[in-house]
Design a protein around this ligand. Sequence first.
Ligand SMILES: NC(=O)c1ccc[n+]([C@@H]2O[C@H](COP(=O)([O-])OP(=O)(O)OC[C@H]3O[C@@H](n4cnc5c(N)ncnc54)[C@H](O)[C@@H]3O)[C@@H](O)[C@H]2O)c1
Length: 385
Amino acid sequence: MGETPKSFRVGLIGTGRISDIYLTTLGKYPQVDIVACGSLDLEESRAKAQRYGVPRVAAPQEILADPDIDGILNLTIPAAHADVSMAALEAGKHVYSEKPLVSDLADGQRILDLATVQGLCVGNAPDTFLGVRWQTLRKLLDEGRIGTPTGCAAFVGTHGTERHNPNPDFYYQTGGGPMLDLGPYYLTAMVFLLGPIARVAGMANRAFDRRMIETGPRNGEWMAVEVDTHVQGLLEFSNGAAGTITMSFDIWDSEMPRFEVYGTEGTICIPDPDPVHGANIFQGEVWYRTRDTARWTHQPRPAGRDTWQIADTTHGLNEDSRGIGLIEMADAIAKGRVPRCSGALAYHVLEVMTGILQSPASGRYVTINSRPPVPDILPENFPES
Ligand SMILES: NC(=O)c1ccc[n+]([C@@H]2O[C@H](COP(=O)([O-])OP(=O)(O)OC[C@H]3O[C@@H](n4cnc5c(N)ncnc54)[C@H](O)[C@@H]3O)[C@@H](O)[C@H]2O)c1
């Protein structure tokens, strides 16, 4: 009889808001075992450990020093991503981090270089492109449903985070802002769908120099805004396709929240690609229209107001499954292949985002040098539960 393969043993650092969905998702699959958690606030970590059955709570340094831990799940705020990920690699552990990879390109390169030297793996969110929506979209493209892709557009307009997040400071500090916060979802999906991006340009501004927290114990407190909060980018893909991206914290509402891909024979549209409602971005309708159809075809086809048929692919996940990228990374490590949510992909997306943000000051296009591996569509049986 074969031995049951050992789970990938993970230490979680950062037990704030996003950790709940990770602990929920990871609790469903045997491939990854969260064996310890910690943060700057061990009371918060204790409460999460109790709720999700994590056996040990420890200071981040103790988690990093534990020889029985294979990998670190870094769910800290963006300003701490680089230090925690570097410390994980220095301690000989694989690391999977929330987005963005880091805020500064040089830090991103240091992380990738150290991982290579150490023979370790770096993985990074977002993993939303593993969801059924984006997998369906990719399948339609691969089938040639809209011919040759020639362009794409992503638009997400929000009014920021201070109305629902009691500690929204990091979204407005250096390293935050809508492009670094929301851009990774759409740019990662674009690279998954259309391949790498070769050059970019951008425009950006900010509507407010300070913003008020409007919820929780700090309700009424003002925060300084250090970054541009309305950002627009132009993208040229290596395959010649041209794209646009608008990410904003300065928009009260819009009828334009769309993600679209244009091709020589048709258009594919995701009508509500909203990362604030996590399930929305993993699942939901994909529409397409070709030269042969007068109307949008909805996939999955709505059978009634609140019943949905699953898209005609079993690839991808049909609920908010943040954390699934770590399971995919553990599988990749076991099989000696590059994970789909790779550090190289996250670095490329970071290079694109920083290029868009730097372009307004120089008034020039910015060349993107990195060429990450483009993830394959998921196999039918992923993840095995
Ligand atoms: N909140 C969301 O809706 C959401 C959604 C998607 C992705 N994210 C991403 O998840 C990450 C975390 O966001 P969040 O909303 O959970 O933040 P949060 O402020 O709620 O939690 C951050 C956690 O990191 C810990 N931490 C901060 N600095 C640390 C350090 N130097 N060492 C160890 N621990 C440290 C804090 O103690 C806390 O436990 C960010 O990268 C964010 O972009 C958040």
